[in-house]
Design a protein around this ligand. Structure first.
Ligand code: SAM
Ligand code: DTB
Ligand code: SF4
Length: 342
């Protein structure tokens, strides 16, 4: 196979043509690209923690944490540094290499709360883990301070296409999302940006989001692909579940259009059986949220994920940068494939 170019000029038309390929052909192409840029047997394990839950002023119609939606989420103040770091230690013990802290804010707070988040970031880095935050919009100064604290990545999703965005959120614009992403990249922090499928959008909207992500320079370091978790009390509570093969195809398109990015099979994994998840890995997904909870909703048990990876003979990814820095070989993985029965 010829070497894959990193492109910033994908069109919806091209993306639709790929999407329409027979699944076997699409998987083959996506896996061929995957192997040029990533080990085929490794999955990044990222653990999420909601550090500030609920009562968000934004009106994102998918989100159980919006104070304008009627989901049964108990609002919580910003956690203490100790509370967060004790969860990060548990995640590290379980094998996670990235710890992602999410806050239900429109924009990151100033003052003591922001200082606290910076201390959390430093603490997570001191534990030897990658640190990611998602705190809403940022100023240039906040982005620079997060970078100084050692933040690895900042999650700020485009969520869908520019055209569909106004249907799901009215309290901010697509351009504001792009502006924050550009501030994050400008500060030298890796961008984590993806979206949600299953909100009532068209295929063109799903692929339009990937076209926009691929137009960014550089491409986002990671791209979470979430299937809507339709939470009771939100305006999207009655959306039908995403068909697993649509999620698999979406992962394949993300892999083909964003060859170097980590493609994270994110929310909605609880509804997928192991075989569907393994198809998504074949399609180029190489990262998951790992831990019994996402922010406010459930996620597969750690034991079930370990068993899935072990039975598939796959391993947890160890960040290359940490290896290079430590001059070490990849850690032995708790999920090492068992010897076949004699
Ligand atoms: N408030 C910040 C923001 O919106 O950027 C950070 C937290 S927010 C919960 C992070 C992301 O979670 C959203 O951008 C959305 O993609 C995802 N998300 C929220 N609710 C979801 C749901 N019910 N199903 C799937 N993904 C969801
Ligand atoms: C992302 O794209 N998905 C994560 C993370 N980034 C912050 C959040 C998923 C949230 C699912 C609904 C919940 O648990 O509240
Ligand atoms: Fe708030 Fe983020 Fe949820 Fe939107 S997605 S309501 S900004 S927490």
């Amino acid at each position: 196979m010829t070497e894959t170019a990193i492109r910033h000029d994908w069109t919806i038309r091209e993306a639709k043509a790929l999407y329409a390929l027979p699944l076997t052909e699409l998987l083959f192409r996506a896996q061929s690209v995957h192997r040029q840029f990533h080990p085929p047997d490794a999955v990044q394990l990222c653990t999420l923690l909601s550090i500030k839950t609920g009562a968000c002023p934004e009106d994102c119609s998918y989100c159980p944490q919006s104070g304008r939606n009627g989901a049964d989420v108990e609002p919580e103040r910003l956690l203490t540094v100790d509370e967060v770091l004790s969860k990060a230690k548990v995640a590290r013990e379980a094998g996670a290499t990235r710890f992602c802290m999410g806050a239900a804010w429109r924009d990151a707070r100033e003052g003591e709360q922001f200082e606290r988040v910076l201390t959390m970031v430093r603490g997570v880095r001191d534990l030897g883990m990658e640190a990611c935050c998602t705190l809403g919009m940022l100023t240039d100064e906040q982005a620079a301070r997060l970078k100084d604290a050692g933040l690895t990545a900042y999650n700020h999703n485009l969520d869908s296409s520019k055209e569909f965005y106004g249907e799901i959120i009215t309290t901010r614009t697509y351009q504001e999302r792009l502006d924050t992403i550009s501030r994050v990249a400008g500060a030298g922090i890796h961008v984590c940006s993806g979206g949600i499928i299953g909100m009532g959008e068209t295929l063109g909207d799903r692929l339009g989001m990937l076209v926009t992500l691929s137009s960014l320079t550089p491409h986002p370091e990671s791209v979470p692909i979430n299937a809507l978790v339709a939470v009771e009390g939100t305006p999207l509570e009655d959306q039908p579940p995403v068909e697993p093969l649509e999620l698999v195809r979406m992962c394949a398109l993300a892999r083909l259009m964003l060859p170097q990015s980590m493609v994270r099979l994110s929310a909605g994994r609880s509804r997928l059986n192991r075989e569907a998840q393994l198809l998504a890995f074949m399609a180029g997904a190489n990262s998951i949220f790992y831990g019994d909870k996402l922010l406010t909703t459930g996620n597969p048990d750690v034991e079930a994920d370990m068993a899935m990876l072990r039975d598939a003979g796959m391993r947890a990814l160890v960040p290359a940068t940490d290896h290079a820095a430590a001059g070490t070989e990849p850690l032995p993985v708790t999920s090492a494939a068992p010897a076949p029965a004699e």
